[in-house]
Ligand binder design. Structure first.
Ligand SMILES: [Zn+2]
Length: 326
């Protein structure tokens, strides 16, 4: 697969990046992923089919590539159906905190879904109480016009002016979280647009209640804000962990990340353990996977995998499909 991709990339380069299709026949026609835009300094060259209708390969102009799930294919459609309101900033406002579980294990990224910082830099204001008001996100000073990126893959739920927030974009992600990007000078995406992590969604600015150009960035789970520093180290721009264990007590303006910093590594480990121990577990099939190797990885047998998924040991695995392993 990799060789095909590299060959494809070289072919595309030699065609001065204008090719819409790779290879012959209708079957191999690459479906464009929408929207394809600049991802940082790297831009999307084209998309290639994988033989799996749910999955494409996206080629970048630095010769790297990644799998991207086609937007029509959603693992959990409830995420994009329930409380999907594009007219109000807080779509989950009727969800009561006490209806949420005591702890929530979230897999932030997996083999098909990546991460990118929204903006990288020193925080000028953190999550918490500020001059008697709740500051439900973090502030990152910037220059007006600096690019702002989508943090994870997802769908734009809100893109409009919104009072104190100024120009605001809210993205609902495949992992169930929502991220808020406020005070923007420019919005590049509209409601309903599918975005991938690292895609530029707008430009930083100082619209709304703001004393100077900065990004106000929030992360919410079912409407409840929590300290964005729980997931992002803004100094390096890096994701702290692939897994996030949210506790209900984190949904408080007084629950700062640094207060339980020592617990966090342990919490991340626990999140992974809880997810793995949960009754049902899935594996996303990648290139090169075999039933035998998957069985070993998850401490099960090929026979069990077959009966769980209603397949035969000879069934051809489709890249990107979820295989139940427990
Ligand atoms: Zn702020």
């Amino acid at each position: 697969m990799k060789r095909v991709v590299i060959l494809g990339a070289m072919l595309l380069m030699s065609l001065s990046l204008s090719a819409q299709t790779v290879g012959g026949g209708d079957k191999e026609r690459a479906k464009p992923i929408r929207p394809v835009r600049t991802l940082g300094t790297v831009s999307v060259v084209d998309t290639l089919p994988t033989g799996n209708d749910d999955l494409n390969i996206v080629l970048f102009n630095d010769n790297t590539w990644r799998y991207v799930r086609l937007t029509e294919y959603i693992v959990d459609p409830a995420i994009f159906n329930d409380y999907w309101n594009t007219d109000i900033t807080h779509a989950y406002r009727d969800v009561e905190l006490n209806t949420l579980p005591e702890s929530i294990a979230i897999q932030l990224v997996d083999s098909l879904q990546s991460y990118h910082y929204p903006y990288k830099g020193k925080l000028s204001s953190r999550y918490g109480m500020r001059r008697g008001r709740q500051h439900q996100g973090v502030d990152l000073p910037l220059k007006t016009g600096d690019p702002i990126y989508a943090t994870f893959d997802g769908k734009v739920r809100y893109s409009s002016r919104a009072g104190d927030y100024g120009n605001l974009i809210v993205i609902r992600h495949n992992n169930g979280l929502e991220t808020y990007y406020a005070h923007l000078s420019k919005r590049d995406v509209e409601v309903g647009d599918w975005v991938v992590a690292g895609q530029q969604i707008g430009e930083g600015g100082s619209t709304g209640r703001s004393t100077g150009p900065h990004l106000h960035f929030e992360v919410r789970y079912r409407g409840q804000s929590f300290d964005p520093e729980r997931i992002v180290d803004f100094k390096t721009g890096e994701l702290r962990n692939d897994d996030l264990l949210l506790k209900r007590r984190h949904f408080s303006i007084h629950a700062k990340f640094e207060q339980d910093f020592d617990d966090e590594t342990e919490a991340a480990r626990q999140a992974e353990a809880e997810r793995k121990a949960s009754a049902v577990q899935y594996h996303t099939i990648r290139s090169g996977d075999t039933l035998g190797a998957i069985a070993i990885k998850y401490g099960t047998t090929v026979n069990k995998l077959c009966s769980l998924n209603g397949i035969k040991s000879t069934t051809i695995l489709q890249i990107g499909k979820k295989l139940r392993v427990r």
